[in-house]
Design a protein around this ligand. Sequence first.
Ligand code: AMP
Length: 186
Amino acid sequence: MRLVLIGPPGAGKGTQAAILSDCLDIPHISTGDLFRDHVTRRTPLGRDAQRYLDTGELVPDQVTGDMVRERLAQSDARGFLLDGFPRTVAQARGLSAMLDATGSALDAVLEFTAPEDVVVTRLLNRGRPDDTEDVIRHRLRVYRRQTAPLLAHYSGILLTVQAVGPVEVIAARAMACLLGAGRRAG
Ligand code: AMP
């Protein structure tokens, strides 16, 4: 299964991705985690990416796409759950080209939705270095401007999950959506 998770920061994508990747036995590939790992290891990519992470801007598409291509080329990534990528229409086109090259395609895009006050509260409680109120508001603006257009781009395979409520309930909703879509596709 090849899945993409989309949703504003604080919608719980990372938490849901961890559960779904376990249930579906596919690797959870989070571009945010990959960037943070580069920053921690002080690689050249990490040094370049740091200022974008600190301010909540998107790392340039080329850099992000190259990092994802490398990860998807690993042998465990025949199926995958992408969390936080693509975040722009250009990244989505890049991903399609990568998948086309291997004769594969996405099965579904799961959108997690939650009201803005819920996501801001969640993020303020999480306390990552980029979870200050200013940076959070900026990340939400970046989401609306640059990432939300992807919803129309993926309308044919989009499944929307209400991401409010207990974690297990949201995960069950997501699994039910995926199973329902699988049945419809035959
Ligand atoms: P996340 O962990 O998904 O909230 O991502 C944290 C930060 O990593 C974002 O605010 C961006 O600076 C960067 N980032 C993660 N994924 C992407 C992406 N697909 N494109 C560009 N920047 C990204």
